[in-house]
Design a protein around this ligand. Structure first.
Ligand code: UD1
Length: 418
């Protein structure tokens, strides 16, 4: 268990580069299982979740090697289709392997996946989608056992635009016989990145970014593929929020401004000035932020649930009263009580939090219950009086590549304690 200690009252100022997107990299890593030859993934973030996916791929017989921020993967040597239980339990994204394994080996076995504790996270839409493609799925002693001689294209109507289910179905459908249409598909930029990767492998996916996806089943034709992972919109949003909460100024490079539009809109509402130029964004914050009348999390292009906790921290020290409604995950307010320990004033019931901004938070000992909640505590700690010690800070490494080092390079004083 790791802790980090954040010294308060620091202004975040300077220039930083945004790393590759975790949520794009994870499904793409699973999709390497259906590549015909070696794959090079550029701008691949070095994160705990990525490491765990690589452990699963290696245990299945794939060769994986980092070269700077390029990850070289060759899955031609993969033979297994039973995922190691201990890692799959830890990592929700292990579920992404089901579709590719099933389509490649005709069978796949995994445990119910774990991940951050942000509410009940069922996988029914993943399994229903795979069954629509012809998979037989049964559960036995906590294991999900899937079989299919050959998957067949189908029309799939998702009850909810689940990001993971859309991705899993896309990968399975890519190698199925015939065409698959996914209606009410997720529209996140990470879906577009996966579609691009599948197309680079030689499959054919159309409509990514819209709510209807067409996947024309076929074979991977390319012998060798190089793909560059898109910038992480949540890392970009978190760094902008760090500058915003500390009255700072930041220039972000390697960011895709279109992907952070909903986040930038709320930061502007709070009084920040934001300019964009190509793949760079510059934010300058006022001494004290204004309240944000309403943040409602939604599927893309709505406000991302993965930025909700960080915005909660901002609202905690803004001038007036802000309202946050969490529509995506039902139990994603565990950071609220921790921020309360630092002096945040709020009322929360079910999916709604009303936050009355206070002038100052005070550093104390808090716990990171999930990845983004941990990041929110770091932001709060930067703005607070005194020192904030965040326990279970290892959770932050699941989604941020050395966040403390990046922030220290921008004027923060954060140290690790084992
Ligand atoms: C992905 C992201 C995560 C982000 C989330 C929402 C990755 C690796 N993770 O997670 O960071 O917070 O999108 O933007 O990309 N649901 C079901 N049944 C299912 C699947 C999902 O009911 O089979 C529900 C979930 O409980 C949740 C909602 O759908 O309430 C959204 O989940 P989903 O879009 O699937 O999120 P993930 O893919 O798990």
């Amino acid at each position: 268990m790791a802790s980090i200690v954040v010294s308060g009252r620091r202004r975040i100022c300077g220039e930083a580069r945004v790393t590759g997107a975790k949520n794009a990299a994870l499904p793409i890593l699973a999709a390497t299982l259906i590549a015909r030859g070696p794959v090079e993934l550029e701008n691949c973030p070095r994160l705990k979740d990525v490491e765990n996916m690589l452990c699963i791929l290696s245990s299945l017989g794939a060769q994986c090697e980092y070269c700077g921020d390029t990850l070289k993967i060759d899955t031609r040597s993969a033979t297994g289709s039973v995922m190691p239980q201990s890692i799959s339990k830890e990592l929700r994204s292990s579920i992404f392997m089901l579709g590719p394994l099933l389509t490649r080996f005709g069978s796949a076995v995994c445990t119910f996946p774990g991940g951050c504790e942000i509410g009940h996270r069922p996988i029914d839409l993943h399994l229903k989608g795979l069954m629509m493609l012809g998979a037989e799925i049964r559960e036995e002693r906590g294991l999900i056992i899937c079989r299919a001689d050959r998957l067949k294209g189908a029309e799939i109507h998702l009850d909810y635009p689940s990001v993971g289910a859309t991705e899993n179905i896309m990968m399975a459908a890519a190698c199925a016989d015939g065409m698959t249409r996914i209606f009410n598909a997720a529209r996140e930029p990470e879906i577009e990145d996966l579609a691009l990767f599948l197309n680079e492998l030689g499959y054919l996916v159309e409509g990514a970014g819209s709510s209807t996806l067409s996947v024309y089943g076929g074979e991977a034709r390319r012998e060798k593929t190089t793909h560059r992972i898109i910038p992480d919109r949540i890392v970009a949003g978190t760094l902008m929020a760090a500058a915003a909460i500390t009255g700072g100024e930041i220039r972000l490079n390697d960011v895709c401004p279109a992907h952070v539009g909903s986040i930038a809109a709320k930061l502007k509402e709070a009084g920040c000035k934001i300019e964009q130029q190509g793949m760079s964004m510059r934010l300058s914050a006022p001494d004290r932020l204004n309240e944000i009348r309403l943040i409602e999390t939604m599927p893309y292009p709505g406000f991302p649930t993965d930025m909700q906790a960080q915005m909660f921290a901002l609202c905690a020290v803004a001038k007036g009263t802000s309202v946050i409604v969490e529509n995506v995950f039902e139990n994603r307010f565990r950071h609220a009580a921790e921020l309360g320990r630092m002096g945040a004033s709020f009322t929360q019931k079910d999916r709604t939090a009303i936050i009355r901004g206070v002038e100052r938070l005070t550093g104390t000992k808090v716990t990171a219950w999930d990845l983004r909640g941990g990041a929110a505590m770091v932001l709060a700690g930067l703005a607070a009086d005194g020192e904030t010690t965040i326990e279970h800070a290892e959770l932050i490494d699941r989604g941020y590549e050395k966040l403390h080092e990046t922030l220290n390079g921008l004027g923060a004083e954060i140290r690790l304690e084992e």
